[in-house]
Design a protein. Structure first.
Length: 211
């Protein structure tokens, strides 16, 4: 598959902390040109969260963008969405059996050994990181750095998504190291958070991706 160069992650904790609507954020990013959105929710899936996810799934379909649910194969099935798995989640082969051959499935890796093991899994892309220090996880894996990303690029043919602390200032170096796409959370959130600023930040990232 061919992934968009920018892989925005809607982290529910980040938006909840700033009291901003997930659906408004998704709409702004899609308007700004996002070709994929991942919903990352690490807490209980209350009905309000599921309703927001359903709305975002619909918006992505209407915009022609991929929608990916983090961790939860059951939610992905209900929403007819893609799925992103971590090392401690449902094994990729079991997820593939549930979601079928057409679903987009991604798989996180954090070191060269995991990348090599993941190369044979029935997934469409691999995520690798954290490339840089990140504040988006409570207990992040050790920072990998650019050199490890280059090493992993030479080991797998699947699309590679770099993640972890990537900013507008560092993205060019990450793409140059072989990443097909960069996953971004914090650097997509302007200091003044509103629909216009979110759209403009996404547009800024899209311009970077085409240089």
């Amino acid at each position: 598959m061919r992934l968009p160069r920018i892989y925005p992650i809607l982290d529910t904790g980040a938006f909840e902390a700033r009291e901003f609507s997930l659906t408004r954020a998704a709409a702004a990013w899609l308007e700004g040109g996002a070709g994929i959105l991942q919903l990352r929710h690490k807490q209980h899936w209350a009905r309000a969260v599921f309703d927001a996810a359903r709305d975002i799934a619909r918006m992505c379909r209407e915009a022609g963008a991929l929608f990916i649910v983090d961790d939860r194969a059951d939610i992905a099935m209900l929403l007819e969405a893609g799925l992103h798995l971590g090392q401690d989640d449902l094994p990729p082969r079991d997820a593939r059996r549930l979601l079928g051959s057409d679903a987009v499935i991604g798989f996180s890796s954090h070191n060269v050994r995991q990348v090599c093991a993941a190369g044979g899994e029935p997934v469409d892309y691999l995520a690798f990181g954290p490339v840089f220090p990140t504040a988006s996880k409570r207990n992040p894996d050790p920072v990998t750095g650019i050199e490890a990303l280059k090493e992993c690029r030479a080991l797998v043919e699947k699309p590679l998504v770099a993640i972890g602390g990537i900013t507008r200032e560092t993205a060019a170096g990450v793409w140059a190291a072989g990443a097909d796409s960069v996953a971004v959370i914090g650097d997509l959130l302007p200091a003044e958070l509103n629909s216009v600023s979110l759209r403009q930040r996404m547009e800024e990232w899209q311009r970077l991706a085409t240089k």
